[in-house]
Design a protein around this ligand. Structure first.
Ligand SMILES: C[S@@+](CC[C@H](N)C(=O)[O-])C[C@H]1O[C@@H](n2cnc3c(N)ncnc32)[C@H](O)[C@@H]1O
Length: 262
């Protein structure tokens, strides 16, 4: 029998979830989350949400798996080729002309593919220079994969050949990222909804994360990201994530997926 999670059940589930895994689903699009949770409960064979909350409370491994499922860690190196080409050919060279050392944040970094892509690009654009590169995510499982930095070839499909050949070592079917790139990046757990935001960034990427948030939360977080940027700093979103009122956060759209702070 499949589980039916009603709106009332969802409210209780949300409260329980906040207590157990620390994620406040009120900020996420309800329909989408509800559907995913229903599907998960169906698959696990648990009959009621209360029963599942009890499992989550007592079983750390299940908490990890559920968090990973719920937060959706899909990522890829050089994801959205045209956007990364622009970052590589225009955005970063412009920033490097203005500032010698860059401070960049990949927020919702998942398995690290995005922030490591930036690290490789910077290694080419400014050899020998040290920049501050931060990758954060809520999901510790994704961050553990980022720290390991060993990837299946499918995650490198859109990465230009030169980077793949130069910065990865093939081990059986997997690709291991060069230590020299790994050590340029600091990875850290951070909940975008609750934790304080650092400031002074020249570029922030928050890609394919906003799509899961409600419009109100998207607007609130956009304002926080903007405050974390230096004037003229760059904010990059995912290809399905046009900001609705960028000017309210002192941002102007400069290109597809790319905004600049006034
Ligand atoms: C689809 S991945 C995007 C990865 C990468 N930015 C990209 O575009 O390839 C979304 C990531 O956002 C993270 N995330 C979701 N809610 C979050 C929150 N409240 N705080 C921090 N990260 C969050 C998820 O854990 C997941 O790793």
């Amino acid at each position: 029998m499949s589980v039916i999670l009603t709106d009332a059940d969802y409210e209780v589930f949300k409260r329980g979830l906040k207590d157990t895994i620390g994620l406040d689903l009120n900020h996420y699009k309800q329909q989408q989350m509800q559907r995913r949770i229903n599907q998960w409960l169906d698959r696990t064979g648990v009959k009621t949400y209360r029963e599942y909350l009890k499992i989550l409370q007592s079983n750390g491994e299940e908490r990890g798996k559920f968090t990973e499922y719920l937060t959706i860690n899909t990522s890829q190196f050089y994801r959205d080729v045209s956007v990364f080409k622009e970052i590589e050919e225009k955005v970063l060279p412009d920033l490097l002309k203005r500032y010698r050392r860059l401070k960049i944040w990949s927020a919702g970094a998942s398995i690290g593919a995005e922030v490591y892509t930036i690290a490789m690009i910077l290694a080419e654009l400014s050899p020998g220079m040290t920049h501050t590169l931060l990758g954060t995510d809520f999901d510790v499982g994704a961050l553990a994969k980022a720290k390991e930095a060993v990837y299946g070839e499918n995650l490198l499909n859109t990465l230009p050949r030169m980077y793949k050949d130069k910065y990865f070592q093939k081990e059986d079917d997997l690709f291991k990222l060069d230590d020299n790139i790994k050590r340029r990046v600091r990875l850290q757990r951070h909940n975008l909804l609750e934790d304080p935001y650092d400031t002074g960034f020249h570029m922030i990427l928050c890609r394919n994360v906003f799509i899961y948030f409600t419009p109100e939360t998207q607007a609130a977080l956009t304002a926080k990201f903007s405050e974390s940027l230096v004037p003229g700093g760059i904010f990059v979103v995912g290809s399905a994530e046009n900001l609705m009122a960028p000017e309210a956060a002192n941002l102007k759209r400069v290109s597809y997926c790319i905004y600049q702070r006034d």
